[in-house]
Design a protein. Structure first.
Length: 256
């Protein structure tokens, strides 16, 4: 039994547990400064041509072993460090980890096979996990539509069941290149597009729209005065004014 993982599996606790259970491992390994120096020290004759999954040669790709050049004493006994070199993809930008215009990836394994190309292609086959994850997302796992955890769990089970059906159908009914190709994923119905906030259609009843916008008219309307109000006497009084004995222009003569 062989366990494969990316560089997230290159932890001492995880690898030690797998090794203690009697399972072989092949996990990605980060390219540190020591590993980068070891790559620069590999002789040209030590590079072995790399192959594809179908056994054909991979143009410009090669594999080499760095076990003797890197300290692996902290890892399980029999651990080996393998590096793969391949040219940059068209349009890819070179980064600080790239050496001499090439892209390098490393993996740690305890397999005893002496064929470096076979070890490399066997490790790279774990990339099918990424294809399955992408297929699950396209099938419906990208967005959980329900409002509770229990309902979303049911939705996820349906997504995985649909993916299992497509995978087994591919393995049972297809042959050759179609069998190893990524199975098609069903297209989900898209959500209806929301209507725009602004309606540019012609308004047939603008008065009704205005009434709705401003609300109901008030029950009592205030009409402006037709003539200016009479001038009021604002002369200051030295004595307090008694409203019952003082004439007012709108109240008439005082009561007796």
């Amino acid at each position: 039994m062989l366990l494969r993982a990316d560089s997230a599996g290159a932890t001492h606790t995880f690898v030690d547990h797998v090794h203690g259970a009697g399972v072989r491992f092949s996990v990605g390994f980060p390219i540190t400064a020591r590993v980068r120096d070891a790559i620069r020290g590999v002789d040209d004759k030590d590079w072995v041509p790399a192959v594809r999954q179908d056994g054909a040669l991979r143009d410009g790709a090669a594999a080499a072993e760095l076990t003797a050049a890197v300290d692996l004493s902290g890892w399980p006994a029999g651990s080996r460090l393998i590096v793969r070199r391949e040219p940059l993809h068209p349009g890819a930008q070179q980064t600080l980890d790239d050496i001499d215009g090439a892209r390098f990836t490393c993996f740690l394994t305890d397999q005893t096979d002496t064929d470096l190309a076979a070890l490399d292609v066997r490790h790279r086959a774990h990339a099918r996990v990424e294809d399955r994850i992408r297929g699950a997302k396209n099938t419906g796992a990208r967005t959980l539509p329900c409002d509770t955890l229990a309902r979303n769990a049911v939705w996820l089970q349906l997504v995985l069941a649909a993916q299992d059906l497509m995978t087994f159908m591919q393995a049972l009914t297809l042959d050759g290149a179609l069998r190893v190709a990524e199975p098609p994923t069903p297209s989900l119905p898209t959500a209806p597009r929301p209507r725009p906030h602004h309606d540019h259609r012609a308004q047939t009843h603008p008065a009704d729209r205005t009434d709705l916008a401003v609300g109901r008219p008030p029950r009592r309307r205030v009409h402006p005065a037709t003539s200016p109000p009479a001038a009021r006497d604002v002369t200051p009084h030295s004595q307090p004014v008694d409203p019952l004995t003082t004439d007012h222009p709108h109240r008439g003569p005082p009561r007796r």
